[in-house]
Write a protein that binds this ligand. Sequence first.
Ligand code: MSP
Length: 512
Amino acid sequence: MTKSFYVTTPIYYVNGAPHIGHAYTSIAADVLARWKRLDGYDVFFLTGTDEHGQKVEKAALDAGVDPQTFTDQVAEQFQTLAVALGLSNDDFIRTTEERHKRACAALWTKLLDAGHIYLDHYEGWYAVRDEAFYAEDELTTNVHGIRVAPSGAPVEWVREPSYFFRLSAWQDKLLAHYEANPDFIGPNARRNEVLSFVKGGLIDLSVSRTSFTWGVPVPNDPAHVMYVWLDALTNYLTATGYPDADAPRARFWPADVHMVGKDIIRFHAVYWPAFLMAADIPLPKRVAANGWWTAEGEKMSKSVGNVVEPNALIGEFGLDAVRFFLLREMPFGNDGDFSRRALISRLNVELANDLGNLCQRSLSMIAKNCDGKLPPLPTPLTEADIALLSQAQALPALLGAAIEAQAFHVALEEAWKVIRAGNAYIDHQAPWALKKTDIVRMASVLRVLADVIRHVATVLQPFMPDSMGRMLDQLVVPADGRTLAGLATPLVDGTSLPAPQGIFPRFVEEVA
Ligand code: MSP
């Protein structure tokens, strides 16, 4: 039976237009989804939008539109962005959909019936920007004398009737789960952060609000709407057809990885597993948290006006260059800086020079000197041939291990080691010189290179689907030969190759 794999992105708040930070987690999740498909898995890749809560209601109010119209508009921007980013998502969930309200109601009722939810009053601090409750000792006062959460979000004092989830009852079970499943939270720094938060003691969590109405109604008490995080986290279950155990996608639960930003790790690694344990639902296998992007050294913010907008970037540099840059520049768990200079440099050095030249030099020599036909592999292979080919053949295992650990930059570095080795091989073998002295050996060298390019392009497809697809077109690799398993079937000697075309042009900055 085919193994299944379920990966999710966070669902994005529709309070404002998408930026590069949103694009990043989605692209990372997409690479993982595409990699698993390449490796023969039956993949379910989910993304979507988080449309309820006070923050979104306020944004709609500020825009002078009713929340449903407003969320329809912004959700569409995220859907368009998913297409522009080349996401291979199998579903796009919106929390205002009926299927989701039904799933939320089912989960709530299960928790309530089992005695995990009780009615009381909430009195304390709330940050609308984070949609999070904070304890007094977590707060500080900012330079303007305003009480703020650790994220910098202003807090307000809330007092209202509220249902509570007995989070305090799950502290030991959560700690036992982290202990028994060391890979549940990644990377390690985040795991430690969560451990110390939980060890510090958990208090019961307010899971309903009465001071506004833009949310999923509480089934047993319609004066309340569900806390937006209980609603939002449930999306991961909704998309599998929950609560219908016979739904076609039910088999994907539990999720293999929730990809999230570091700011929302607490919700995914503490609240979510506690809700699930209480509802007797298996836990996701891993929560992987990425760091944050700054722009040209500064925090991105609408008021500063330095928000990096993905569509403009894609328009200027091309989708694959942007996907490559984002995953190459910033190690997944770390913070990173988005700078135009760094992007142009990586585009010109790594894509145009390293990868582009390797392909262009090899394929144009085949076109000119081998009548455009793929030469046969040398017999016997030289030591240099064997060294390079075996380095290329090791790529699937190396990239697989890195990608599964969300070390996307390591995966790319492994591929680039082979690309650089390929370029060094051309320089040493000097096929242009062999053309005059040993035409058979020249052809052999070009064939070794074609095989290396095929391996590199195959494993890089998840990162740069379009350009690597075009690269494989140039080698006339059939559709079923483009998977990891397909690499075992050799290219066919004598195949006529199309006229080679450059894949990554150099980017020249216009001087004003
Ligand atoms: N709606 C919640 C998630 C619910 S998941 C059940 C939410 N939405 S968000 O739109 O505010 O953020 C979505 C994701 O974007 C988060 O993972 C967040 O970390 C990420 N990013 C927002 N700004 C970012 C950067 N500047 N850099 C990297 N990621 C950033 O939180």
